[in-house]
Design a protein around this ligand. Sequence first.
Ligand code: B12
Ligand code: SF4
Length: 600
Amino acid sequence: MSRIDLVLLHAPSVYDFRERSIMSGPVSDMVPSTPAFEMYPLGFTTMAEYLERHGYKARIVNLAVLMLNRPGFDVEKAIREMDPVAFGIDLHWMPHAHGSVEIAKICKKYHPNTPVIFGGLTSSFFHEELASYPWIDYVLRGDSTEEPLRRLMAAIRGHGNVGDIPNLTWKGPDGSVNVNELSWVPADMNDISLDYSFAMRGVIRYRDMMGSVPFKDWLNYPVCASLTCRGCTHDCATCGGSAYSFREHFGRDRVAFRDPELLVHDIGHIQKYIPGPIFVLNDFLQAGPDYIEAFVKGLGRIGLRNPIGFEFFRPPAEEFYAFLDEHLPDYSVEISVESHDDAVRAAFGKSHYTTAQVEESIRAALRHGCKRFDLYFMTGIPSQTAESVLETGEYVRGLYERTGNDKRLLPFISPMAPFLDPGSHVFDDPAKYGYKLRAHTLEEHRQLLLEPSWRHIMNYESDCLSAGDLVDTTYQAAIDVNRVKASVGAIDPAVAATTERRIGEARVAMAKIDDIVAGDPALRAARLEDFRHEVDLLNESTVCEKSELEWPRQAGLYHVVNVIKLWFSENLAILTRKQRFEPSELSDRPGGSDVPKAGA
Ligand code: B12
Ligand code: SF4
């Protein structure tokens, strides 16, 4: 049996979240994850696939999902029993600042000589601080690390010198931190593959259903993502993935697109195995008319049956929706408009469209077969006041009236939380945007994540909206939007009533936590502990019911047959030793010396 080269570990936001009383609030309500932020970056799949293509064995272990789904799951034991050549841990999103570093400590505790590699956008921003921790040996910077990672794995195997690897920050034998040039910034995304059958093969190889799923409820709601590009043409002030952030911190001055034919192929591949909705991330309209035509016609050509959803960074025009309607039987749209107020949206960095244009676009989409239109509002934006947030409910009521109370329209509101993105305009120059930062370094953010409620965890305060007002007005606006949706029949009245009750309870809990924090510090831990069970019950689906985000889906015989085919081919490969993997639960111990040659 051969040894695994790289185990990619995804940590929960806070490592020991199962033992702590933390009222995370609505921070993850708009994404499929729970507040543990258990979803791993899409890049885990592209890196693992790339390594395998070049002769290395890689495995994804989603520790966060295992901790959520198996209450008795022992993280230390699982890591102790692994024995890869190297560990890779993502710190892509800032909310993983605590969990990722704690997992690195455990890796080093049981495997002091095994290299620990970090990567992701947040790692790229805090690379020197990360590499100065004793538990982290390497940080790969930038948005495209597949090839630098391959070279690093080769160097770890003794082929090549770490000093020559682009984008690498590394610790020398004397503990010094060395920073190589950030020069690996591919102009396109064509040399990688977002292949979901890789994750499914992992399930078959390791007989481990749970360890590689993207998020907790994925088996019930198998939504898949497809990535159009890396980088962004827009420059929103609070976004750590804006044109500015990519240029200043991640070495990219042009967006890297995936060829539309390859994207169509990726989606065709998903449809073969998975019945769930497919979400096309990053607005493909950024790529221009030829790309748009090739992509949409390509989807029509493969006869796409899965529901497909698109994220747009500006409201499309009527002809475009008509074009989508002509080629796609089941499409949905989402736009983050942030605020109904044009001035607030402009302060956010989205001055390139108006509310009136958004409304026109919604009506056009609904006229042309759009199955569902999700509209996102946000609180905590530069210049946004409490009054402005509280106008949202009324605005949504009027919007429904102007669109014939169409139930396919679904607005949501949530806070910009828990953090302002590192590397965004607002993080780099908070005063200019009317913010005060409560944390600057990674270590300061790690400590904030242990605070007892999202009000205390947040790394910023706006001059226009105090932390207390942000919490209160967000909850109130969420109640208002929820009531409007129920009144037009866009959501079930029972679901709306549950949401309203939960928001009410969340408000009471937040006030109680503030009370505990303001009280005797000696009693704080015990009083929070008494409160833990209640807090845990309030931590999911606060400002809306999670299922409201879900699009319908259906598994057919076609998918079952293809999964069975995959099962047979993968097992046949194992039996004929084309690929040799240990089908144990989480034990990757090597059983012999048939380690493959590093592809260098
Ligand atoms: C698509 C997207 C999502 C998708 C994620 C899909 C997925 N599973 O990856 C969804 C919509 C679910 C999402 C959710 C969130 N997102 Co988001 N998202 C984006 C977006 C629009 C594009 C990301 C992208 O292009 N990724 C592609 C590249 C960069 O990443 P990748 O291929 O996955 O990974 C490569 C590198 O990052 C690196 N890498 C990553 N991990 C590792 C690990 C190792 C060991 C190594 C070596 C390398 C490495 O190498 C990979 C391969 O080359 C960006 C904005 C932007 N323009 O970038 C925001 C962005 C990344 N998201 C952001 C945030 C804050 C979030 C949320 C925390 C928001 C929230 N509060 O709910 C959640 C977290 C979800 C979770 N973990 O549960 C911020 C991050 C800022 C920061 N530094 O923290 C961004 C920058 C902007 C924003 N505010 O939306 N997001
Ligand atoms: S918020 Fe969206 S549109 Fe704006 S810069 Fe970030 S990724 Fe681009």
